[in-house]
Design a protein around this ligand. Structure first.
Ligand SMILES: *Cc1c(COP(=O)(O)O)cnc(C)c1O
Length: 232
């Protein structure tokens, strides 16, 4: 039976192979292990196999895990939907937030980020699949939002994130990822210092790396399949 350690090893090999295909250094790509729905014991097992960065989508579940794993030097990323009533706990307990798509949420995260912590790293989520996805800012609204988010004192705007509509072949998967990379390049050309493209999940990781992903968010390939999504 596959273990978390052997799955992690396989995913890291796949990352290295995709990086080589893309003529990139594998060190440019960070593996974010998405542990949502899996118990703290699974995170501990991944930690023992060398994994440090973990992604969570459901706030209460995440807070319980963060508390029970407080003895480990882990880096927590919030990757779930953002609502106003959750921003304080997120600002206080996470190092990264990937799904910022409204100024109001960004302002709250900045205001609620404790002063003794380093700025919260954020990615703006972009809707690169048009009608098919509801979350994420529309590409034409990205530039003004990015300018405003970049001004917030307790946030550090690191880059962009997307969850494209599922496609089965690599060529089709690459299209929205390439679009996200172009949008990132436009922001950089406007003087923004961005270094992060958060894109790629278990089913489309290779396509994302070929298009420049710097963080891949991988859940099921490491921890196994999850029950159907539930409300957060
Ligand atoms: C659940 C989730 C993932 C991981 O998906 P897998 O298909 O299990 O790799 C990545 N990103 C986000 C935003 C998620 O919600």
């Amino acid at each position: 039976m596959a273990t978390i350690a052997s799955n992690l090893q396989a995913v890291n090999c796949d990352i290295a192979r995709a990086a080589e295909m893309a003529q990139r250094h594998e060190q440019e790509i960070t593996l974010l292990a998405v542990s949502k729905t899996f118990p703290a014991a699974a995170v501990r097992e991944a930690y023992r196999a060398g994994q440090r960065a973990f992604g969570e989508s459901y706030l209460q579940e995440a807070l319980d895990k963060i508390e029970s794993l407080g003895d480990l030097p882990l880096e927590w990323h919030f990757i779930g939907p953002l609502q106003s009533n959750k921003t304080r706990a997120i600002a206080e307990n996470f190092s990264w937030v990937h799904g910022v798509d409204r100024l109001k949420i960004a302002e709250r995260l900045s205001a609620q980020r404790p002063q003794h912590l380093p700025p919260l790293n954020v990615c703006i989520q972009v809707n690169v699949s048009g009608e098919r996805s509801k979350s994420g800012v529309a590409p034409q609204e990205l530039m003004p939002l990015a300018r405003q988010v970049a001004q917030l004192p307790q946030l550090k705007l690191r880059g962009l994130m997307a969850i494209p509509a599922p496609e089965s072949d690599v060529a089709a998967q690459r299209v929205p990822f390439a679009r996200l990379r172009e949008l990132q390049q436009q922001l950089i050309a406007q003087g923004m210092a961005l270094d992060t493209l958060s894109m790629g999940m278990s089913q489309d990781m290779v396509a994302a790396i070929l298009e420049g992903a710097t963080i891949v968010r991988i859940g099921s390939a490491i921890f196994g399949s999850r029950p159907a999504p539930r409300a957060s």
